[in-house]
Write a protein that binds this ligand. Sequence first.
Ligand code: CA
Length: 293
Amino acid sequence: MQRNATTQYPVLLIHGLFGFERIGHFEIFHGIKQALRNAGVRVFVPYLSATHCNEVRGEQLLVQIDRVLAGTGAGKVNLIGHSQGALTARYAAAMAPQVVASVTSVSGPNHGSELADFLRKALRPGSLPEHVASAVVTLFADFLSLLSGHPQLPQHAVASLNALTTEGVATFNAKYPQGLPATWGGEGPEQVNGVHYYSWSGTVQGSLLDEGVNSVDPLHQICRAFSAYFISEAQENDGLVGRYSSHLGKVLRSDYPLDHLDSLNQTAGLVRKGIDPVELYVAHAERLKNAGL
Ligand code: CA
């Protein structure tokens, strides 16, 4: 049956992942833009350059919001940001709340990423046993190569870790606290300066055997390997972001059985049986519509 999720304001899908526009031949929000369009949503995917700085990405987003407003005649936009895209959207909403109806964080490191912390430490010579540091950095390089299709590890991607560490995000949060929970693991305010805030995320659960077709997805295998490096949120993370670290505004749910890339329906729809990441976006557009956004 045809869904009707015609939101009042256009939806912008904000990618993170160090600014890569595509994973292989696939759109980064795999099948999500089309599903939203089929449900009547006006959808745009801004292109943000690879940079380690949330503020620079946020400024690029503000320019593209203006273009969408001019092109559609809409007065505001709904921002849905994945991973670092959530921080980008938060920046834009903090700077220009009058043009942002809502910010939704999907698997966003709103309190930093323990994996980023680990990598930062591993990259300091002598700070960790050589074999551990080397294994993790190699794994991360493989991960980025898979994402970007580039054979070489881009140096700026490693530098971008600074913006995603617990320390880096704490500095960001001090300047742009809108929507953050007051207590660890709690929910944030649903509305700040007229902007509605939502979040959802998942965790790596069970064993690889439970994953069905997802078990052959190399990105899932890498998320599962990364998951072992979490300490504070051991067993409660998606491979890149801890469950409670993702909380922002109204928390829709933070323990879907989704790894960090499953929440983009990657790779190419390979996800665990019984969960449909695309449906989460369509249902959320219905939620925004029902809220008059
Ligand atoms: Ca997957």
